[in-house]
Ligand binder design. Structure first.
Ligand SMILES: [Zn+2]
Length: 459
C-alpha cells in the first residue's frame, strides 16, 4: 500500500476529537487512504513499503475542508452583471435565471461539476456536498451519475444531494414547469442513486443525500416520502430552510418552516439545513435539541444582501454548524477557504448587534472541517489524527503573505485568509493537486471542454 511521509512540517493541525491543536516540527505519515502517524522523526521508524518521502519544511498542514452546501451547475451562470441582485427583485431575478437553468444539458452538469470541484480542491476542500435540484426534462435523469464521474476524475470525496421540485408555479412555487418532477419520479431516482452509489463504509468516496430543494417548492408528501426513504436506507436529509420563506409556509400549512419540518420528521442528527438566517432563538434551541445541523453560507450576504446568520446564538445553543459556498446564483466562487474567512469577518461586523459573543477564530476552522464532517454524518474525515482519512492540504508559509502570522496557525485562515491555491491537496491518501497542477490531468483542456459545453447555452 503506498503512502507519503510529509517530513518536517512547520505545523500540523491535529485533533484527537477534543479540538484542534498545533503540533510544530513534526512528520505526518499516510498509508493507503488513512493517516498512520503524526510525530517527530517518523523516518527513524520502519516506513511502510512504497512510502514517498516529501520535504514539508515550512508547510502548515490542515485537515481538508468540507463543503456542506453548493449548486455546482450554477457555475455556468456566474459573473453576470445583467443578473445584478442590487437592481432586481427576487421575482425578476428568478424570471431571468430559471430560463437559463432550464436549458442546461447533461454535458453542462458534468463540466460545471468539474469546474466547481477543481476550484474547491485548489483551495483545500477535500469533501464536497452538492445540492443538485435542477432536472430539466430534456436533460434526462443521469445528471448526478455524471457528477460522480466528475468527482472520480478529480479524486474528490463526493456527497451527492439529490434535490428536486414538485410544486407547480400555479400552486405557488417559483419553479418553471420544465424543471418539475412528480414525487414518485423524485423518490424513485433517489432510491436508484442510493442503490447505485451510496457507500457507508469508512473512507467512502461516494454518498447520497435525499435533498428536496426547499419546502416552498414541493408538496408536503415529497418531504414525508423523503423522510421515509432516508430513514429506511440510512442516508442523510438536506434542504433549504430559513431564507425568508416562513411566512409562505405559515400561510400554506399553518406552521413556520422549522415547525412544519419537525412535524414531518425532517429533523434530527441525520438532517442538516442550508442557511437558517431568519430563524428565531427558540427555533435554534429546538434544532440544537433535535441535533439538526446548519450549513452556513456566508458569501451570499455580499451579493444577495442576505442577513448575517446568527452564528453566535447557534454556537451558544449547541447547534451543529458547517460551512458552504452555496451556488453561483448567490456566490460566484467555489472557494470554501474564502468562505471560511468571510464567515468569521461577517460575525465580527455584526458582533455589536448580537446577544452572544462571536466564537473565537479557531471555531470557524472547526466549522469548515470537523463541523462539516459531522453534518455529513462522517466520523472518518475532518480531523488529522492516526486512523482518520488522509484528507488534508498544505500551504508553504515561507512567503511574504505569511510574515508575522505564523505564530497562530489556528486563526490564520479565519483572520488573515489564504488568497492563493494550496501547495498540495490530498484526498483519501492521494495527492490530487500539487505544484499548481492536477497530477495526470490537463487543466487547460478541462477548461476548454467546459467552455465548449457552456457555449451550447443561450443567455
Ligand atoms: Zn442553496
Amino acid at each position: 500500500m503506498s503512502g507519503y511521509l510529509l517530513k518536517n512540517c512547520a505545523a500540523v493541525i491535529t485533533d484527537d476529537g477534543s479540538g484542534p491543536v498545533v503540533r510544530r516540527n513534526v512528520d505526518l505519515l499516510t498509508e493507503g487512504p488513512a493517516i498512520r502517524a503524526i510525530g517527530e522523526n517518523l523516518e527513524g521508524e520502519a516506513l511502510p513499503e512504497g512510502t514517498t518521502v516529501q520535504d514539508a519544511t515550512g508547510w502548515f498542514v490542515y485537515p481538508g475542508l468540507v463543503n456542506t452546501h453548493h449548486h455546482f451547475f450554477q457555475c455556468f451562470v456566474r459573473n453576470r452583471a445583467d443578473l445584478d441582485w442590487t437592481k432586481l427583485s427576487v421575482i425578476e431575478w428568478l424570471d431571468r435565471i430559471y430560463p437559463v437553468f432550464s436549458q442546461l444539458n447533461e454535458a453542462c452538469f458534468y463540466h460545471s461539476s468539474l469546474t466547481a470541484m477543481a476550484e474547491l480542491i485548489k483551495h483545500g476542500c477535500t469533501t464536497a456536498f452538492d445540492h443538485q435540484y435542477n432536472f430539466p426534462r430534456h436533460a434526462g435523469k443521469r445528471l448526478i451519475d455524471r457528477q460522480f464521474e466528475a468527482a472520480d476524475l478529480l479524486g474528490m470525496r463526493f456527497h451527492a444531494g439529490r434535490g428536486g421540485n414538485t410544486l407547480p408555479k400555479s400552486e405557488g412555487s417559483t419553479i418553471p414547469d420544465e424543471m418539475l418532477e412528480t414525487t414518485d419520479e423524485f423518490i424513485n431516482d433517489c432510491a436508484r442513486l442510493i442503490d447505485s452509489y451510496h457507500d457507508a463504509r469508512p473512507f467512502s468516496m461516494r454518498q447520497v443525500v435525499v435533498a428536496p430543494c426547499q419546502p416552498v417548492n414541493a408538496y408536503r408528501e415529497t418531504f414525508v416520502e423523503s423522510v421515509a426513504l432516508a430513514r429506511d436506507r440510512g442516508v442523510m436529509l438536506h434542504t433549504h430552510v430559513g431564507e425568508g420563506e416562513s411566512p409562505v409556509i405559515q400561510a400554506r400549512h399553518g406552521l413556520r418552516t422549522v415547525d412544519y419540518l419537525e412535524e414531518i420528521g425532517f429533523a434530527g442528527p441525520d438532517t442538516f439545513y442550508a442557511h437558517c438566517w431568519e430563524l428565531t432563538h427558540d427555533e435554534l434551541r429546538r434544532m440544537a435539541a433535535s441535533g439538526t445541523g446548519v450549513s452556513h453560507c456566508p458569501e451570499p450576504v455580499y451579493l444577495v444582501g442576505a442577513e448575517v446568520t446568527d452564528i453566535p446564538a447557534m454556537a451558544a445553543f449547541g447547534v451543529r454548524i458547517g460551512l458552504g459556498c452555496d451556488g453561483a446564483a448567490s456566490n460566484d466562487n467555489s472557494n470554501l477557504m474564502h468562505s471560511l474567512h468571510s464567515a468569521y469577518m461577517l460575525q465580527c461586523l455584526a458582533a455589536s448587534t448580537r446577544a452572544h459573543p462571536v466564537p473565537p477564530p479557531v471555531e470557524f476552522l472547526r466549522y469548515g472541517t470537523s463541523g462539516g464532517a459531522s453534518l455529513l454524518g462522517r466520523s472518518d474525515i475532518g480531523r488529522l489524527a492516526p486512523g482518520m482519512a488522509a484528507d488534508l492540504f498544505a500551504i508553504d508559509t515561507r512567503r511574504m503573505d505569511y510574515v508575522g502570522t505564523r505564530h497562530d496557525p489556528l486563526s490564520l485562515i479565519p483572520r488573515v485568509g489564504i488568497g492563493m491555491a494550496t501547495d498540495m491537496t490530498m484526498i483519501n491518501g492521494r495527492i490530487v493537486w500539487a505544484n499548481g497542477e492536477f497530477p495526470g490531468l490537463d487543466e487547460a483542456k478541462l477548461a476548454a471542454d467546459a467552455e465548449a459545453a457552456l457555449a451550447t447555452v443561450n443567455f
